[in-house]
Design a protein around this ligand. Structure first.
Ligand SMILES: Cc1cc2nc3c(=O)[nH]c(=O)nc-3n(C[C@H](O)[C@H](O)[C@H](O)COP(=O)(O)OP(=O)(O)OC[C@H]3O[C@@H](n4cnc5c(N)ncnc54)[C@H](O)[C@@H]3O)c2cc1C
Length: 376
């Protein structure tokens, strides 16, 4: 690992432990992250860490991004997913946008440091993104967007939305296009904020587009590039989502180990009983396996391995399944205390579930994995 990786990991660990570990419970109870935390993510350079150094970023590799997200998720998964939502939107602009678009909307400068969101999903288009129905019709040197979006992470918080809409009704895949839509755009409305099982501090909302006119300079790439922008973006961000799951798993395991070393029953700490030792061992095996897979997949993306997305899909599946299993076991290790909100593991268990669902469900990941394998 390089020194930038180590520096970022250490600094993030400190930041997350000091600034997030206590407040995570509050975000969960209030169902809202404190906006000052987003300002801190900006100040610490996390929102711009993937941008080129000459444009105000840290230009870190994907393994460092994973380390940052893992460390933040370990203490506050809601804050981490707010960052991941931003990274996903901004990466879509980085991979598909032109110089002017990056200068105007993405790179921080004296005036702004935009928070992003990405909006692909619709009530009728979840796993199958080619079912997107939001339309974009050419008009007056731009496009008029109409439609309903759902499940937008950072909805209502973001400064800029990357919205996917249909420019061609006849081509399901090739008819999708991506647009940069600033929050002030007339006709863009943020809908209801979802009440969720977990990640409750994060914002997840509907979005509505009612004759929202977007100038053609805000079309990312060319008309019809939407599907390939989604693929290129997720090739990078899927492994970051895996790191998010890994962070949750790691936080739960750490807490369970401390508890097992302190809690006494039958005159001994519960960690002295083989029944619990085997649980801790299995949790550790899953956590370490997930960690190796996440950073191996990140390395494949960095090295532009042709089948990097095969590894990213495996990483996402392994890490999110590990997160669900480890957090569930952590609740068991704590016994009744694990079920009580005073302890963080019940929150972590609720936070973990969605990691098996978003950024492509684990069933969809398995389809991708099998497709690569069978092609071979
Ligand atoms: C908290 C949260 C945050 C999110 N953030 C964003 C965001 O920022 N931007 C965004 O665009 N979207 C976001 N999403 C949406 C998310 O990506 C979708 O929920 C996900 O892709 C699944 O789509 P769906 O919910 O419509 O499920 P469906 O596609 O309806 O799937 C339902 C079930 O059927 C299974 N299934 C579907 N097709 C197949 C198949 N071919 N083979 C086998 N099984 C199948 C699925 O695995 C799942 O178990 C978010 C969702 C949540 C819950």
């Amino acid at each position: 690992m390089n020194s930038i990786f180590d520096d970022f990991k250490l600094a993030t660990k400190r930041f997350a432990k000091e600034q997030l570990s206590e407040i995570a419970k509050e975000f969960d109870e209030n169902e809202a992250i404190d906006p000052s935390i987003i300002e801190k993510l900006k100040e610490q350079g996390y929102t711009s860490m993937m941008y080129p150094a000459e444009n105000g970023g840290a230009e870190v590799d994907l393994d460092t991004v994973c380390a940052v997200v893992e460390e933040i998720a370990k203490y506050c998964a809601s804050t981490a997913i707010t960052l991941v939502g931003h990274l996903t939107g901004s990466v879509a602009c980085l991979v598909g946008g032109n110089h002017e678009q990056k200068e105007r909307f993405v790179y921080p400068n004296g005036r702004k440091n935009n928070l992003f969101a990405v909006s692909i999903s619709e009530p009728g288009a979840g796993s199958d993104v080619t079912s997107i129905r939001t339309t974009a019709h050419k008009k007056d040197g731009g496009y008029v967007l109409n439609g309903s979006k759902c499940f937008v992470t950072n909805g209502g918080l973001a400064d800029v939305y990357v919205i996917f809409a249909r420019t061609d009704q006849t081509d399901r895949k090739g008819g999708l296009s991506a647009f940069i839509v600033p929050k002030e755009t007339e006709g863009l409305h943020v809908g209801k904020k979802e009440k969720k099982m977990g990640l409750r501090g994060s914002y997840t909302t509907d979005l509505y587009l009612e004759n929202a006119w977007i100038p053609e300079e805000q079309l990312i790439g060319m008309e019809g590039d939407g599907f390939s922008i989604i693929e290129k973006t997720m090739d990078r961000t899927r492994v970051v989502v895996a790191a998010h799951a890994l962070g949750i798993a790691s936080g739960a395991l750490e807490f369970a180990v401390i508890y097992a070393s302190e809690r006494k029953q039958f005159g001994r700490t519960i960690g002295e009983f083989q029944g619990l030792q085997f649980m801790i061992a299995d949790m550790s095996i899953k956590e370490e396996t997930a960690r190796r897979m996440v950073y191996y997949a990140a390395e494949q993306v960095i090295n532009k391995n042709k089948i990097a997305s095969y590894y990213s899909s495996i990483a996402k599946t392994v890490a999110s399944d590990a997160a669900m299993e480890i957090t569930t076991d952590a609740v068991q290790v704590l016994g009744g205390a694990g079920y009580i909100r005073d302890y963080p593991v019940e929150r972590m268990m609720r936070d973990a579930k969605v990691t098996q669902i978003f950024e492509g469900t684990n069933q969809i990941q398995r389809m991708i994995i099998a497709k690569y394998k069978l092609k071979k």
